[in-house]
Structures are given as structure tokens and as C-alpha cells.
Ligand binder design. Structure first.
Ligand code: PLP
Ligand code: ZN
Length: 362
């Protein structure tokens, strides 16, 4: 398999033989072009069951992927929940981290650097620990305490920044020799991990669903699904992409604003994991939504709170930033974007076990 970096803005192409996190010509986000993609399943029961389409060796793995897909009988006869919060560190980010940290190791990196509102930081810290390398994680100082202490317990260096945007800036500026900026919002290897969700959904369902509903902020899940389903098309395994419905939190809805215009209202206090203001891959996110004939919706904290409680009362322990997908699904039903008998997958992205202290206050 031959792998190239290609800039999503200016088209610059170069061999993917070292760690580059943005286009050296124009500063745009890089994609990977894989020559000779072929799908053969192996016997593993994790992400690496699909190794044949992942351009990295499994050097850092904690058993990520292959999460349960359960029927959500309380919603509709063909509605499924994909339990991504059951990944090793409690979020879908583990798919991306496993591939990105594995690749960083292949390239001889000894320290990985990440900026995150919490979950990606925890995930990169855990995979760096599994790989025996260092991690330095920049988070906004108001990230949940539980998330911050977990990053430290995993042995990473935790640096608190005044805001989410400041955390990104500080992370990028700090990179030294033998260190790699993971920057999941930019990282093309990370998306090679999240894309496996598309393969896995097909494997588990036996067909592609008509729609998928999930939270979106920097777009690594949205773009993973888009890349994955497009690969399945290029492999002649499926002939269309499910409609992709991205759900965003109020105040951090750049995708919604780019596609539908302004979105006023109080910024979310609950969906702390979805607070990215300027996603670097915004134009690709727009293409993914348009190509799939899906859409993007914004959910308020009141709506989100109801969904969070309703999931908890069914034994489904997710975090608020995941419950937002259920609010989105209900809105899509109410506005007839979706019908009750359609095959729909709702992706539950992050675990509520990181929120026990917060639950008691709400
Ligand atoms: C639990 C959870 N859900 C969804 C998202 C959104 O993912 P993305 O930023 O890749 O769009 C995040 C991102 O941090 C998250 O932590
Ligand atoms: Zn470029």
C-alpha cells in the first residue's frame, strides 16, 4: 500500500514518510491518499480486524473498536445505538488515537502533543502510555475536573490554557525535536482510525443504514464516516453513503452557521466536549454533509438535558456531548427528515462515567 499526503486546500502532494501535521505550502489540513486499497478481514475482534485498509501497524492498541450495536426499541423498530462510549478510554476518539499514536511510533516520535477539551486528551494520554512514550496535553482550564485528573493519572503532562482556542495555540507552539503534534482536528492518521466505524457498521448490520446521527465539533467522526463509506464505494462493496446528520451544540455551531447562517443563543454549558470554534476541516465537513444528502442541526442545553436524563433512565451512561445525538434524532423525526421505520444508527460517542460529580449537581 502506497500512502501520500495530499493538501485538502492547494492539492500539494508528497510521500507520507514522515510526520507532517499541515500543508508545508499553504498551511491547510492534509488528507491521505492510499494507493492499492484492498479489504480483507482478519480474525481480530477490534479496530485492527480491518488492518488491510489502515495505513499503520498496530503498535499502540488497547482493544479499541468493535463496540456493540444494539437495537433502540424505545425509538423505532429499525433504530440502533452504536455504543462508542464503551471504547477503552470511554470515547470514539480511541479509534483515531490508536492509529495516530501507532503511526507516530513508526516515525520514531518520543513525545506526542495534543490539545483537547478532554476526551481526545485522555485518549492520547492512554495510547501514549500503552506505547511507552510521553504525552503533553493542553486543555481549557474549565474542562471537567474528572477528565483533567484522568489525563494526569495516565502519566501525561497536563497544561491548562485560558480557553479551548488558546490550548490549540499553546500546543502547536510547544512542539520540539522528536515531538509530534497530534492535533486530532488536523491529523489525517486520526481519521484513518475513525473511518473504521463505517466498515464496522456494515460488518455488524450486514447492510448500510439509511442515516447516521452523531455529534460534531471538529468533525473527526463526520469525516471518518465520510472517508470510510467513500472507500467502501470505491471498493465496490456498497453503492451509496448513508445520510449523515451532524448535531452541534449552541454557541459552537460553525458547521451549521457555514451551511445555514447565524445561530444565536446562549453557548452550551453542558456539551463541554463540543466546543471547537474554528474547525480546520470545516470545508470538508460541509462537503461530507452535502454529498451524503444529510444535514446539520443545533440543539439547546434544555433539549440535551432531557435526552441525557432519558438515556440514563434506560441504563445508558453517556456524557452530555453524546446525548445531544438523541436530541438531534428526535428533532429529525419531528421535522420529517427521518421516518420511524427507517434504518438509523445513533452514535453514542462518550461515557458518562467521567461525569459522576457533575450529574449530582444537575
Ligand atoms: C464525546 C464526544 N462526542 C463527540 C465529539 C465530537 O467529535 P469531533 O470533534 O471529532 O466532531 C467529541 C469531541 O471531542 C467528544 O468528545
Ligand atoms: Zn496546501
Amino acid at each position: 500500500m502506497r500512502v501520500l499526503y495530499r493538501c485538502s486546500r492547494c492539492g500539494y502532494i508528497t510521500e507520507a514518510s514522515s510526520w507532517i501535521w499541515k500543508c508545508p505550502k499553504c498551511g491547510g489540513p492534509l488528507d491521505l491518499v492510499i494507493d492499492g486499497l484492498r479489504l480483507t478481514l482478519n480474525e481480530r475482534r477490534d479496530l485492527w480486524r480491518f488492518s488491510s485498509v489502515i495505513p499503520a501497524r498496530p503498535l499502540a492498541s488497547l482493544g479499541e473498536g468493535f463496540t456493540p450495536l444494539i437495537k433502540a426499541d424505545f425509538l423505532g423498530s429499525n433504530t440502533y445505538l452504536k455504543l462508542e462510549y464503551l471504547n477503552p478510554t470511554g470515547s470514539f476518539k480511541d479509534r483515531g488515537s490508536a492509529v495516530a499514536v501507532s503511526k507516530a511510533l513508526e516515525f520514531g516520535v518520543r513525545t506526542v502533543i495534543e490539545d483537547s477539551s478532554g476526551n481526545a486528551g485522555i485518549s492520547i494520554a492512554a495510547y501514549a502510555a500503552a506505547a511507552g512514550i510521553k504525552a503533553r496535553i493542553y486543555v481549557p482550564k474549565d474542562a471537567p475536573e474528572g477528565k483533567k485528573s484522568l489525563i494526569k493519572s495516565l502519566g501525561a503532562e497536563l497544561i491548562e490554557a485560558p480557553s479551548r482556542a488558546e490550548a490549540s495555540k499553546m500546543a502547536v507552539e510547544s512542539v520540539g525535536p522528536n515531538e509530534a503534534y497530534i492535533g486530532h482536528a488536523w491529523n489525517p492518521w486520526f481519521i484513518q482510525g475513525t473511518k473504521i466505524l463505517a466498515y464496522e457498521l456494515l460488518d455488524q448490520l450486514g447492510h448500510i443504514p439509511s442515516a447516521i446521527v452523531f455529534p460534531a465539533s471538529a468533525g473527526t467522526l463526520l469525516l471518518g464516516l465520510w472517508v470510510g463509506f467513500n472507500e467502501l464505494i470505491s471498493l465496490n462493496i456498497v453503492n451509496k453513503i448513508p445520510r449523515l446528520y451532524a448535531i452541534q451544540a449552541q454557541g459552537f455551531a460553525s458547521l451549521y452557521e457555514r451551511m445555514h447562517g447565524g445561530n444565536s443563543g446562549e453557548p452550551t454549558k453542558l456539551a463541554d466536549a463540543l466546543r471547537v470554534s474554528n474547525p480546520p476541516r470545516l470545508e470538508q465537513m460541509v462537503s461530507a454533509i452535502r454529498d451524503s444528502k444529510g444535514d446539520v442541526l443545533v440543539v439547546t442545553d434544555d433539549e440535551l438535558l432531557q435526552s441525557w436524563k432519558s438515556l440514563l433512565r434506560r441504563g445508558i451512561i453517556v456524557e452530555p456531548s453524546s446525548a445531544i445525538a438523541l436530541s438531534g434524532y428526535i428533532k429529525l423525526l419531528n421535522t420529517s427528515y427521518l421516518s420511524k421505520d427507517e434504518d438509523v444508527v445513533i452514535i453514542l460517542t462518550g461515557s458518562g462515567l467521567k461525569y459522576i460529580d457533575i450529574m449530582s449537581k444537575i
